[in-house]
Design a binder for this molecule. Structure first.
Ligand code: GDP
Ligand code: MN
Length: 429
């Protein structure tokens, strides 16, 4: 079903921690994009909250990486490729290098390894199949790890608030732990007013397998991670591994933080770190106009309002034997220039052979959409067939605008009619 394709697209890059929370399918409310930072950026935020991380530098060329390794003056160095995806340890570069995380005692080797990472694509279980280009590496002081645990704090719909999730079996394959030994996954709901209580933090630390003085230390780290979670308006803080060293230290060896986009106005410093280079450029452009863009494989562009309507539209197109090329969701309060921007984005995609507009106006004023459409058609000299289905607020006015425009716009009476006409328009060509 087309809708399944859609959900998969939406969920691509969704947090792995979410798999622990429920057996039902984890779905997002809308195709929003949560800000995601690189590990080194997340670790800086952690440092500021008193969370224990290794000393590190970042580098964007091999010489700098080698010099950073010298400057660290550590017994052993860990070199880590920075991409917005997990599973780097088991990843592969298109330079032939295996592993996005390497340990060595020799700064010269750091330089050599960095030259096989930087500028190359790293493919992991969580990246697209061609991988993601590495532009930065992290050079950190390596510590011995005697045990790896998993710890995360995230928002859970079922608990109506934040929840801690942890496992004594941390490290690289936490998804498998969740699938095979769910009894080793521990959860603890956090009262948003009370915060993490001492007894909760200690119980989680004990469940993670920290013993003796390490239990208190781990509990302290857990509380500091929650402070950070609140302070930066995170939707998820994931540490895998949260490890212990033979010297008796609890350390966050990896860091993944996602942020609530609605908090952008009060988290300016965090959002300023946003690196959109790894995002789809069309998605980024769409976001500038408050439009959500999801690219798909077919040839019918869809312009809709609301995620549910997007799914329905994709399904009905599928039912009529067509395939959606993408969809743009314009959400609620729409402006004419958004409609124009939307058409520009939709028609820029060479796969698009027809456009289907499906607007069910509630808050959305159909007349504004109609004006936006006619303006876009004229100025962009639209070359592909356009099928429009409008319903709801001010629809009569909207239909009049479209029919009086003299433009070759095919009106549709309902979604089924629209999908049928869009598929037929392509078949005719
Ligand atoms: P990921 O594969 O993308 O999740 O990257 P991680 O940062 O979690 O690193 C992968 C693995 O490398 C970890 O699970 C550790 O086993 C190992 N690792 C990372 N940093 C260190 C370190 O400082 N010392 C040691 N001994 N191992 C490390
Ligand atoms: Mn990790």
């Amino acid at each position: 079903m087309a809708a399944c394709v859609w959900w998969r697209t939406v969920q691509r890059g969704a947090q792995s921690a979410a798999v622990f929370l429920s057996r039902r399918k984890v779905v997002r409310e809308s195709p929003r994009r949560w800000l995601n930072l690189q590990e080194y950026q997340s670790k800086k935020l952690m440092q500021d909250s008193g969370v224990t991380v290794q000393r590190f530098f970042v580098a964007d060329n091999p010489t700098e990486a080698r010099d950073a390794a010298k400057r660290l003056n550590a017994k052993e160095i860990v070199l880590k490729a920075q991409i917005l995806a997990g599973g780097r340890g088991k990843g592969v570069f298109d330079s032939g290098l295996k592993g996005g995380v390497h340990l060595t005692t020799d700064p010269a080797v750091v330089g050599e390894l960095a030259s096989k990472m930087l500028g190359y694509n790293l493919t992991t279980k969580q990246t697209p199949k061609d991988g993601v280009k590495v532009k930065t590496v992290m050079v950190a002081e390596a510590l011995d790890i005697s045990r790896e645990t998993y710890f995360a704090i995230l928002m859970d719909r079922a608990c109506n608030g934040p929840v801690m999730v942890g496992s004594p079996q941390g490290g690289m394959d936490i998804e498998e732990v969740a699938a095979r030994t769910p009894e080793l996954i521990f959860k603890e709901a956090i009262d948003i007013f009370e915060g993490v209580r001492d007894d909760q933090a200690l119980r989680m630390a004990a469940n993670l397998g920290f013993k003796g003085p390490l239990e208190r230390q781990a509990a302290d780290q857990i509380k500091k991670l929650y402070d950070l979670f609140l302070k930066v308006d995170a939707t998820q803080v994931e540490v895998n591994p949260l490890g212990e060293t033979p010297q008796g230290q609890v350390v966050c060896f990896d860091a993944k933080i996602n942020f609530d986009d609605n908090a952008e106005f009060r988290q300016k410093a965090v959002f300023a770190m946003d690196d959109t280079a790894e995002s789809d450029p069309i998605e980024t452009e769409a976001a500038k106009y408050d439009l959500k863009y999801i690219g798909l494989d077919g040839n019918i562009a869809c312009f809709v309002n609301g995620a549910g309507l997007a799914m329905a539209t994709c399904d009905i197109i599928d039912l009529h034997g067509g395939k959606p090329a993408n969809f743009l969701d314009l959400g609620g309060g729409v402006k004419e220039n958004q409609v124009y921007a939307a058409f520009k984005l939709l028609t820029a995609d060479p796969k698009v052979e027809a456009i289907l507009v499906n607007i069910f106006g509630g808050i959305v004023n159909c007349a504004i959409i109609a004006n936006g459409i006619t303006k876009a058609c004229r100025e962009l000299e639209l070359k592909v067939p356009l099928v429009v289905r409008l319903e709801g607020t001010n629809v009569h006015e909207a239909k009049r605008i479209l029919s009086e425009s003299g433009l070759p716009i095919t009106a549709a009476s309902d979604l089924d009619d629209a999908a049928r006409k869009a598929v037929a328009a392509i078949a005719k060509k």
